[in-house]
Design a protein around this ligand. Structure first.
Ligand code: SAH
Ligand code: MG
Length: 950
């Protein structure tokens, strides 16, 4: 243990973890729920026989009596729990580290620490700082053996923490730490020399030779000189950012090389920023300590005022760093780390610099996450997990907050609309949140949102988010009154709203306050201009000096207007008739090049992706790309030109910055060439959600529930249960059901179903739950065209939207097997009504109306879902069902959901309800006669028995 540490040990009581504090205060009233973040992964469902994919990330929801918080994503469950607990403590205003040392104790500890790091013992310690000490011994001339104070400040965490206790303003004035280190050194005159007005310290007595020898020998001797790329950022915004090469010999000290590039004699006067960028921990800004840097050794130690450095602020460096940087600056990735004694280094190219710059804006983060800087845009709506490509809104919002050194966004989820509105009205200091429900419903349309006024079916969630500065000033909040079926959708959607607004804000930071407020209203956001601009003030100077910059940001109102209108579009190849429409998932291959505008055509490739997927109509790509693609059919290629986007984007995309810069110096534009590879029709349920309220799937469940109630059945089997949506929903209602079963051939769907049922039946076995009548549940892997005697004697069978996924003869076979062998009292079968598709696809058909021939043709190949093998008209369905009923002595009635029976073109989903007659036909098997086990039970639950674990 370091000598400096003992003092801290003596005064500090053991600190409790956030979770422990929550437990102390709330005990059993605090409920932690950890969920997985990615797709189905680890097997959390005892008894599920299907192997599932590897580990994933965890997120924790902590429910307290008054509110709920949701943590970020973590690799370990316990980290997620601690983080949620920490968020709750912050919300409650509880400071867990209330018993840290006093300022005097911290000061004494700082002196002890400085003493320790100049000890013999420390030179051979494995510590990034001791590597600097060794390198300092190789410095030549006056500087030999002297260690820059800024190195001590960045490599050793202890002084920083101690200085924060001595003087809390250190947090916002990090270079104050240097003053405290120098001052501590001044108190150790018998040990070190710390000349006034300079930032370096050295030992009074040299290290004993044996100490030097043993520590030097630890270093591997790489003889060559290393060459790395760094970026030079002049203070004057008029001067361009340039690459700079650092040549560092093994016998030299890298800080002296950087100093030289900054025009300084040696590294002792170089200040070093905190690290930035997640690529490498050693990416930092280096700059000359301003001449006027006050080393106020005389002032009262504990009340020393934060020193404001004088000198010209480097706006670009300051903006990227989030910490004041003065004068010309070098951005480099180099330094000693914990990993070993050797110098770590990496190139910081112009491209890396511009990537850091654009990643300060949500749209830029999204573009980078898709590696599609010149094509992708942050979409305007969140479309459930599977269709969203790139970083999720919640993650982007978190990284935005980190970038701007704000607290992690605080989400608050409520699962009843009443509670949400109560909570809003309770906080009194907050002004009324403007009513924007109308616009919000528009944004949310078709992506999992439920109309707030419609009857709430099962659970539904609203989510609000608040963003606070480090000093806990509220800077913005967004509390849309929209209900989502899934918690995740609610969280992602509210995050996206905030991100979209931030984008518009950064697009025009000079916008008058009134207009800014109006715009925020459109997004349902309340922001506190004073607090907000305080946090993002540095960006203002950077963006305001970039004229006509459209970096990031997209105005939702102007979305339809194609800016940068493609001057000419060449579409090549035969028309395959497979055209994208709004909601389609597209896959294109594209490349973007810089081309000169003059006579001599020169090209420089900037970006290319072989298979780039996006959803039409959500603003997920730049407007002109979407406009062009909407005119293409699968297999065609196109080429178009656009005006140059902001230079930042071009340089963030360009691998060869020098070439790109050469192009940019003369008139040029961007050339996009694209090939439309695939179009996937909008999935059925998305269409159903968008067009029906409540969604069609919900209406089908309600229909089944009515039948169950009317006929007092006690057992149900769902043929083709998929992910268990029907079975799950049935648990929300009080019914007479005691036994439920599901069969499907998709293992993936079944394991999802098992998880859902497991969590509903086992984890939350609330004695008052509506499903308390249910005694057992089972899921089978098998084809419903096979017979399994374990499902004989069930009262009611459902087969919702399944038969159209089989070939027609298989659908007929299924009908025969069910009614002859399983022989439920009632069988409910639903399938799409083909005639209704005209309404569903109206938007697609209008464009082809001039040619009725073509219209019919294209219509005939378009089913609601690409997995459908057929879709029947009302007539076809009636014929199938009636003949089937007659064959097996059942009666049949027709009905449906979505639309109406007596109105063309009938119901959207047609339903046949079969009822068993008294006598089975002779050739029908009857329940008891045949024993067959063709299905494989993959999950089973019984109320009486404990769950099966394996
Ligand atoms: N009934 C569910 C799922 C409909 S999707 C719902 O309404 O949400 C159609 C389902 O039928 C898919 O899960 C598919 O795996 C299943 N399916 C298709 N052919 C099948 C067969 N021969 N046997 C069992 N399930 C089948
Ligand atoms: Mg279907």
């Amino acid at each position: 243990m370091a000598t400096g540490g003992s003092l801290a040990q003596a005064v500090r009581k053991p600190t409790l973890t956030p979770k422990a504090i929550i437990h102390q205060r709330f005990g059993g009233k605090a409920s932690f729920t950890v969920e997985e973040v990615e797709e189905p992964t680890q097997n959390e469902c005892p008894g599920l026989a299907i192997l599932q994919k590897g580990p994933c990330l965890y997120r924790c929801t902590l429910e307290l009596s008054d509110f709920t918080v949701v943590s970020g994503s973590f690799k370990k469950k316990k980290d997620a729990e601690q983080s949620a607990a920490q968020m709750a403590l912050e919300k409650l205003g509880i400071n867990p580290s209330a018993d840290s040392p006093t300022a005097e104790e911290a000061w004494r500890e700082l002196i002890a620490r400085v003493k320790y790091i100049f000890s013999n013992e420390f030179l051979s310690a494995l510590h990034p700082l001791s590597s600097h000490f060794k390198a300092a011994l190789r410095r030549i001339g006056d500087a030999n053996g002297s260690v820059p104070a800024s190195v001590i400040a960045i490599c050793d965490g202890k002084p920083n923490n101690l200085c924060k206790i001595i003087n809390p303003t250190v947090d916002s004035h990090p270079f104050l730490v240097l003053s405290y280190i120098m001052r501590a050194a001044a108190g150790l005159q018998e040990l070190v020399v710390s000349p006034e007005g300079r930032f370096s310290i050295w030992r009074k007595d040299p290290y004993p030779p044996d100490v030097i020898e043993s520590s030097i020998s630890q270093q591997s001797d790489v003889a060559e000189c290393i060459t790395i790329m760094a970026t030079y950022i002049p203070c004057s915004p008029e001067k361009g950012v340039e690459p700079v090469v650092l040549n560092i010999s093994t016998t030299g000290y890298y800080l002296d090389v950087i100093a030289q590039k900054l025009g300084l004699s040696d590294g002792n006067m170089v200040l070093i920023s905190r690290s930035i960028g997640k690529a490498s921990s050693e990416t930092r800004f280096y700059f000359a300590a301003p001449k006027s840097y006050p080393l106020d050794m005389s002032s009262d130690l504990l009340n020393a005022k934060a020193v404001t450095l004088e000198g010209p602020l480097n706006a670009r460096a300051t903006y990227i760093c989030g910490q004041d940087i003065y004068g010309d600056s070098i951005l480099a990735s180099i330094g000693y780390t914990w990993k070993g004694q050797d110098l770590f280094y990496e190139d910081v190219t112009l491209q890396s610099y511009y990537r850091m710059l654009i990643s300060k804006i949500p749209n830029g983060v999204y573009k980078l996450s898709r590696e599609a800087i010149l094509a992708a845009e942050l979409p305007l709506t969140f479309t459930t997990k599977t269709n969203w490509k790139g970083s999720f809104p919640r993650e982007i919002l978190s990284s935005f907050c980190r970038q701007y050194r704000l607290l992690e966004p605080a989400f608050c989820i409520s699962n009843s609309p009443l509670k949400a509105s109560l909570e809003l009205s309770r906080s009194n200091k907050k002004p009324e949140v403007p009513e924007t429900a109308e616009q919000e419903r528009e944004y949310a349309n078709g992506n999992g949102a439920v109309d707030a006024k419609s009857t709430v079916f099962g659970s539904s969630f609203t989510c609000e988010v608040k963003i606070y500065s480090r000093c806990r000033a509220l800077i913005l909040e967004c509390a849309p009154n929209i209900l989502y079926k899934k918690q995740n959708d609610a969280v992602q959607s509210v995050s996206l709203k905030v991100l979209s607004w931030l984008n518009t804000y950064f697009k025009d930071t000079a916008m008058p306050l009134e207009k800014q407020k109006q715009l925020a209203n459109v997004f349902g956001i309340k922001f506190y201009p004073q607090n907000f601009s305080k946090e993002v003030v540095q960006c203002l100077s950077v963006y305001n000096c970039q004229k006509n910059d459209t970096l990031g940001g997209k105005d939702p109102e102007s979305y339809d207007v194609v800016e940068n209108v493609a001057t000419s579009v060449d579409i090549e190849g035969p028309d395959s008739g497979l055209c994208p429409s709004s909601g389609s998932l597209l896959c294109v291959s594209y490349s973007v090049s810089l081309v000169t505008k003059g006579d001599e055509l020169r090209k420089e490739l900037l970006e290319s992706i072989e298979d780039f997927e996006f959803e039409m109509g959500t603003g997920a790509v730049i407007p002109c790309l979407e406009a062009v693609v909407s005119q293409m059919s699968v297999g065609q290629s196109a080429c178009f030109y656009t005006e140059l986007p902001p230079e930042d984007l071009v340089l963030a995309a360009a691998k060869d910055s020098a070439n790109a810069l050469a192009f940019l110096s003369s008139p040029c534009c961007l050339e996009y060439s694209i090939i439309l590879l695939r179009v996937t029709e909008p999935p059925e349920d998305r269409m159903e959600q968008a067009l029906f309220s409540p969604p069609l799937s919900k209406q089908r469940v309600e229909y089944a529930v009515r039948q169950i109630k009317e006929s007092c059945v006690t057992s149900l089997v769902d043929f083709g249960c998929g992910s268990g949506s029907l079975l799950e929903s049935l648990l929300e209602y009080p019914t007479s059901l005691e036994t439920i079963a599901g069969v499907d051939i998709s293992q993936k769907s079944l394991s999802r179903a098992a998880k859902v049922l497991h969590s509903k039946l086992v984890m939350k076995s609330d004695p008052d739950a509506p499903c308390r009548s249910i005694k057992s549940a089972i899921l089978y892997d098998g084809s419903i065209t096979d017979f399994d005697s374990r499902l004989c004697g069930f009262d009611l069978g459902t087969c919702l939207e399944v038969i159209e996924h089989m070939e027609e003869d298989q659908a007929c076979l299924f009908g025969d097997i069910v009614l002859s062998s399983f022989r439920p009292r009632i069988l409910i079968v639903s399938t799409p009504n083909y005639e209704y598709n005209v309404i569903l696809q109206k938007s697609n058909l209008t464009s082809q109306e001039d040619d009725p021939e073509e219209k019919i043709q294209s219509q005939s190949c378009r089913f609601r879902n690409h997995d459908h093998k057929f879709e029947w008209t009302r007539e076809q369905f009636k014929q199938w069902a009636s003949e089937l009923a007659v064959r097996h002595n059942y009666s049949v009635e027709f009905s449906g959901v979505g639309g109406a029976a007596d109105q063309e073109p009938g119901y959207a989903s047609q339903i046949a309800v079969f009822r068993r007659g008294i006598q089975p036909k002779d050739d029908d098997l009857g329940e008891q006669e045949v024993y067959a086990c063709q299905y494989k039970a993959i999950w089973e639950w019984n109320r009486s028995k404990p769950p099966v674990t394996n």
